[in-house]
Design a protein around this ligand. Structure first.
Ligand SMILES: O=C(O)c1cccc(C(=O)CC[C@H]2O[C@@H](n3cnc4c(=O)[nH]cnc43)[C@H](O)[C@@H]2O)c1
Length: 210
C-alpha cells in the first residue's frame, strides 16, 4: 500500500517525486486551495480503493509562508494540526470559528503515529499548527492578526485542511509537510525563495524514504 502525497501545483509534485520512489509513494498535484485539494484527494482515494489498491495514508506537501520568528525561509515544518483559519464568521466582536458556531471543527489534528514517523525522520523540522487560508496573507496587519489569533501556528498555506477532510472521509491517517518559501507579511512575490523551498522539499522527502 502506498502513501498518497498531494500537492497544489506540479512543481511541488515533481520536487516530492525527486526524493522518493513510486513503489512507496503516489504523488499527485490536485490544485490550489482547500476545495480543489479536498475534491482531488477524495477522488484519488476512491479510485485507488475501487481498483483494490487502497492508500495507507495521506500527506499534503508543498511550500508555505512562515510566521516571522517562528519558521524561517528554508525551514521544514510539520503540522501538529492543520487549521482552516478563515472558516467561520466575521463579527463586530471579532472572528467566530466554525467550532464556536457549532458547525463542526476547523481543526484537523495530524495522525499521531504518522506525525511521529515524520518527526523521527526530520528531527530539525519545526512542529506546530499550519494554517489553511483561501487568501494568502499579503499585509503586515493580517500577518499580525493571524499570529495573535494562532499563537501555535508556524506557517500558512492553502490546502492542508482540505486534504485532511478527504483523509478523514476515508478513515485514513493524515499529515502536512511544508518547506518555507517566504515570510508571511506584505506581499513581495520577488522575495519568495521558491527553488530553495522546492529543493528543501526534495531533501525532506528523501530523508523520509531513507
Ligand atoms: O512559480 C513557481 O515556480 C512555483 C513553483 C512552486 C509553487 C508555486 C506556488 O506559488 C505554490 C502556491 C502554494 O504555495 C503555498 N504558499 C506558499 N507561500 C504561501 C503563503 O505565504 N501563504 C499561503 N500559501 C502559501 C500555498 O499552499 C499555495 O497553494 C509556484
Amino acid at each position: 500500500m502506498t502513501l498518497l502525497v498531494v500537492t497544489a501545483v506540479e512543481a511541488e509534485a515533481q520536487a516530492v517525486r525527486a526524493g522518493t520512489s513510486p513503489d512507496l509513494v503516489t504523488v499527485a498535484a490536485v490544485g490550489v486551495g482547500a476545495a480543489a485539494v479536498a475534491a482531488g484527494t477524495a477522488r484519488l482515494l476512491a479510485l485507488a480503493e475501487a481498483a483494490g489498491r487502497p492508500h495507507r495514508g495521506v500527506v499534503v506537501a508543498g511550500i508555505a509562508g512562515g510566521f516571522a520568528g517562528r519558521a524561517p525561509v528554508g525551514a521544514t515544518v510539520l503540522a501538529t494540526r492543520s487549521v482552516a483559519a478563515d472558516l467561520g464568521a466575521d463579527s463586530p466582536d471579532g472572528f467566530i470559528t466554525l467550532d464556536d458556531l457549532g458547525f463542526g471543527t476547523a481543526v484537523a489534528p495530524a495522525d499521531p503515529a504518522l506525525l511521529e514517523t515524520l518527526r523521527s525522520a526530520l528531527p530539525d523540522a519545526i512542529t506546530g499548527d499550519i494554517l489553511t487560508l483561501n487568501t494568502a496573507t499579503g499585509t503586515a496587519t493580517t500577518a499580525e492578526t493571524l499570529a495573535g489569533r494562532f499563537p501555535a501556528a508556524v506557517a500558512e498555506a492553502m490546502e492542508g485542511y482540505g486534504a485532511a477532510r478527504a483523509a478523514a472521509g476515508a478513515s485514513l491517517p493524515f499529515a502536512e509537510l511544508r518547506t518555507i518559501s517566504n515570510t508571511i507579511g506584505p506581499r513581495d512575490r520577488q522575495a519568495w525563495r521558491i527553488p530553495d523551498a522546492l529543493a528543501a522539499l526534495t531533501k525532506a522527502v528523501r530523508a523520509l524514504a531513507a
